[in-house]
Design a protein. Structure first.
Length: 149
């Protein structure tokens, strides 16, 4: 009897992904209203319009929160004063977003330890070295598949 060869990596455990998602949601990331406050917009429909446009332009990563029935925004995108970091759009342009309307695939990458960042998460490193995180993302997602050999 032949043993089938596995050509694709195994799918991540769904339970582990749900637990990780819930852990990330537990960080209390800001929602549309809070992001709008941080950028100086008055409360109202403009607040949602701002974040929708920023997500569509690729300037802001939102992740869907089913309990809140809306998007929340991972905190790595904000500097210490609450302003949106200018390098976010450059990073998001590198991260694959196909079939990631809820933003979780990108969030999982950003908040998972990475070997090329000495085991730190891209989100943690981004605060002090955004260019380094962008370079790691480019290597991982745009690099030649032969570079690992």
């Amino acid at each position: 009897m032949a043993i089938p060869l596995q050509t694709d990596p195994p799918e991540p455990d769904g339970t582990a992904a749900i637990e990780f998602r819930n852990e990330l949601l537990g960080k209390g990331w800001p929602d549309d209203r809070r992001i709008s406050e941080l950028v100086g917009l008055p409360p109202g429909p403009e607040s949602t319009a701002y974040t929708v446009k920023a997500r569509a332009k690729g300037a802001l990563l939102g992740v869907w929160s089913a309990p809140l029935r809306g998007f929340v925004y991972p905190d790595f995108q904000l500097d210490r004063s609450g302003s949106l970091r200018s390098d976010v759009a450059e990073l998001l342009a590198v991260l694959p977003d196909d079939n990631d309307r809820g933003g979780w695939r990108r969030a999982f990458w950003l908040y998972s330890p990475h070997a090329l960042l000495d085991g730190r998460t891209p989100a943690d490193v981004f605060a002090d070295a955004p260019t380094r995180v962008i370079e790691v993302a480019q290597d991982e997602f745009w690099g030649s598949p032969d570079t690992a050999w």
